[in-house]
Design a protein around this ligand. Structure first.
Ligand code: ADP
Ligand code: MG
Ligand code: ZN
Length: 472
């Protein structure tokens, strides 16, 4: 991403809501939705004198996320008050971590457009509380405090990304890792994962850091990519026109694809950070760290490497499957149930993967493996395999082999039968026959296609081809 001799420098601050059942400093529910202000108590609505008690699960989830992102755990960290006035923050401050975060110095890997491995540094991860939600309606503003006190982790990357594609890959990888460790559902459309994007520009070859702007609260990966592209060009054009980039917070407007200035950026001093006197220091034992490390699932990079080496998948296919925890869970089960791994992978990527997100019933992994084996043994052809994938779903209980017998779907390999099919096709398509005889060799395809259709997709494609050539 180079524009008029400039490159972008990008660093992300990503907020993720942790999937704990209760809030960070009280026992109210974190459930999304629900009647406004029904998940509240004196603590999360900031009543005077109410005292916070740290939720142990928040610490465990944050450490799990940090370990999955190769961070070091600070065995002693604190809680700090970030003071600012805003109606969705009734205490007048947010409890966060300032100088000493719970986790620091991690990284994750992405592959860039040229297939090159890039290591994206993570400066720190800290825990903090979410604010309430303002709802603007009919000229009035309403406040829902159900979200106030929902636990967040903020993941701060180093300013080491340079393109919109890298930003999108980083967000996708982050989401995969967090979802697969079970610490967050990372639903960007529900706000449980949101990204602030810091962008600056510099001339290609320059290694210094320049003034940056911050685009707030991106709620989709595609919007993040478009916001980066727009903001990058806007800054370059501003500089080339003799203007100056000012440190400010901007908002991305999804309708116009542009960013707009919201306010000049608060400096750290504006927030008057100080240690929260209501909470003790947060100390973490080695035992806790070790026991959490032991519960980590197989992480995406390990999965991708294993898919490539054990099942001979291409890097792209492996990444595609490993990206979705639901997909890799299904695939992991199915692929161990057959020897024909390549065929299973193809069926999985073509037929199963696109349907996995859709809340529709889907063929079981063991039935998919059986269909794969029928296909590999030549009992059925590709079209029938696809048909079985949908039939097994609709009529669960029956095995693929039983459906083949009941519905007479077995492959037709008998040459006599295949010739009969071709004879019919030839009679129906005299034009294709004469085209073929006049040298248009491609015309054979429509005859084969018709014969296949008459067989309802059951003819053996190899024999059908051979016989068609002989007959013609
Ligand atoms: P703040 O607390 O003001 O938000 P931080 O030092 O925490 O500032 O940095 C916030 C984010 O800004 C980090 O993700 C970091 O990578 C990014 N960042 C810092 N400097 C630059 C820069 N020159 N250009 C782009 N991003 C930057
Ligand atoms: Mg920040
Ligand atoms: Zn509460």
């Amino acid at each position: 991403m180079i524009y008029k001799g400039y490159e972008a420098v990008i660093g992300l601050e990503v907020h993720c809501e942790l999937s704990t059942a209760s809030k960070i400093f009280c026992s109210c529910s974190t459930a999304y939705g629900g009647e406004a202000n029904s998940h509240t108590c004196p603590v999360c609505t900031g009543m005077p004198g109410a005292l916070p008690t740290l939720n142990r699960k928040v610490v465990e989830y944050a450490i799990t996320a940090g370990l999955a992102l190769n961070c070091t755990v600070n065995k002693s960290s604190g809680h700090d008050r970030k003071n600012y006035f805003y109606p969705d923050l009734p205490k007048g401050y947010q409890i966060s971590q300032y100088d000493i975060p719970l986790l620091y110095d991690g990284h994750l890997n992405i592959t860039d457009e040229d297939g090159q491995l890039l290591n994206i540094g993570i400066e720190r991860i800290h825990i903090e509380e979410d604010a309430g939600k303002l709802i603007h309606r009919d000229g009035e503003t309403l406040i829902d405090f159900n979200r106030a006190g929902v636990p967040l982790i903020e993941i701060v990357s180093r300013p080491c990304m340079h393109t919109a594609e890298e930003v999108k890959s980083y967000l996708r990888k982050l989401r995969t890792i967090l979802v697969s460790t079970g610490v967050s559902d990372c639903k960007m459309n529900e706000g449980s994962m949101r990204a602030d994007i810091n962008v600056s520009v510099r001339e290609v070859g320059d290694t210094s850091f320049t003034t940056r702007t911050e685009i707030k609260n991106l709620n989709s990966i595609n919007h993040a990519g478009r916001a980066v592209e727009y903001e990058f060009k806007r800054q370059v054009d501003t500089i080339l026109a003799g203007g100056e980039i000012v440190r400010e917070t901007r908002r991305y407007d999804e309708n116009s694809g542009k960013t707009f200035s919201m306010r000049s950026k608060e400096g750290q001093r504006d927030y008057r950070f100080f240690a929260d006197p209501d909470l003790p220091r947060l100390t973490v034992s080695d035992e806790l760290i070790c026991s959490l490390a032991a519960t980590l699932p197989e992480l995406p990079d390990a999965k991708i490497a294993r898919y490539c080496s054990e099942y001979s998948l291409s890097q792209d296919d492996a990444e595609l499957i490993a990206e979705s925890p639901a997909a890799s869970e299904y695939y992991n089960t199915a692929v161990t149930l057959t020897q024909n791994k390549k065929t299973l992978t193809n069926l999985f990527i073509g037929e199963i993967l696109p349907k996995l997100g859709e809340n529709e019933p889907i063929v079981s992994p063991s039935h998919l493996a059986e269909i794969t084996d029928l296909l590999s043994a030549g009992e059925i052809n590709n079209g029938t395999a696809k048909l079985l994938i949908s039939r097994c779903t609709a009529e669960d209980g029956m095995s693929p082999a039983e459906i083949v017998t009941r519905d007479n779907l077995g492959m037709i390999r008998d040459k006599e039968k295949i010739r009969e099919l071709l004879d019919t096709a030839v009679k129906e398509l005299p034009k294709a026959v004469s085209d073929y005889k006049n040298g248009k060799k491609a015309a054979i395809k429509s005859i084969i296609g018709r014969a296949m259709a008459i067989s309802k997709g059951r003819a053996d494609p190899v024999i059908l081809n051979d016989e068609a050539e002989k007959i013609l």
